[in-house]
Design a protein around this ligand. Structure first.
Ligand code: ATP
Length: 201
């Protein structure tokens, strides 16, 4: 298995911003959210199973999973939610592994927003990198980016792992409380150490 990094962080912490910086330096990015989304897009690998299990009502006219309908169906329905997860999780796992194998960069960075919450990532990446950010900074960024109210952002954050829980699994941490340009020295430093580890692996 090749050397890889699992990159995570809370909503608005700066995962995408940081991942793109590593990408510019030569790492290959594997975006697990994008892969999960493709599985239920028109022609996606999960569509047939979703139709079989939940019925054609859950597939829209374009052949994609009807997200709104599925969301309300699994809300408060643990059996349905587990059934959906049983379809999606193995596919997410195999497709992310496939993307990693096909990657041509110096090493792979898996971007996994819910790495700590999902618990299935332990052991799949060589190291875990957490983008850490003060909660007030996170709230301000997400209010600005998504046009949400403070209490809406706080509700999303409350449903995610806590900052200490995330830091507890981190091998490496990038602090993102300042401006984006300030991230670069730390990204370069980590990239250099990842290159060395990737070569030794
Ligand atoms: P999500 O989990 O919500 O997708 P994320 O962790 O990928 O978020 P980004 O999308 O990278 O976070 O950043 C969130 C927002 O904050 C974006 O609008 C981004 O441009 C901005 N941002 C990120 N880092 C900084 C920074 N250091 N200074 C200013 N703005 C930043």
């Amino acid at each position: 298995q090749r050397f890889s990094i699992g990159l995570t962080g809370g909503i608005g912490s700066g995962k995408t911003t940081v991942a793109n910086m590593f990408g510019e330096l030569g790492a290959s990015l594997v975006d697990t959210d994008a892969i999960a989304h493709q599985l239920t897009a028109p022609g996606g690998l999960a569509i047939a199973s979703i139709r079989d299990h939940f019925g054609a009502d859950f597939i829209d006219e374009h052949g994609a999973m009807d997200r709104a309908r599925m969301r309300s169906h699994v809300f408060g329905n643990a059996t349905a939610r587990h059934a959906l997860e049983a379809i999606l999780h193995p596919l997410i796992r195999s497709e992310t592994a496939r993307a990693a194998e096909a990657a041509t960069g110096d090493y792979v960075i898996f971007v996994v927003p819910l790495l700590v919450e999902s618990g299935t990532w332990v052991g799949r990446a060589s190291r875990i990198l957490v983008v850490d950010c003060e909660e007030e900074v996170q709230i301000a960024r997400v209010m600005q980016r998504n046009g949400l109210r403070r209490d809406e952002v706080e509700a999303i954050m409350a449903a995610q792992a806590s900052r200490p829980a995330r830091l507890a699994v981190a091998d490496d941490v990038i602090e993102n409380n300042g401006d984006a340009a300030g991230l670069l020295p730390r990204v370069r430093e980590l990239h250099a150490s990842y290159l060395e580890l990737a070569r030794a692996a």
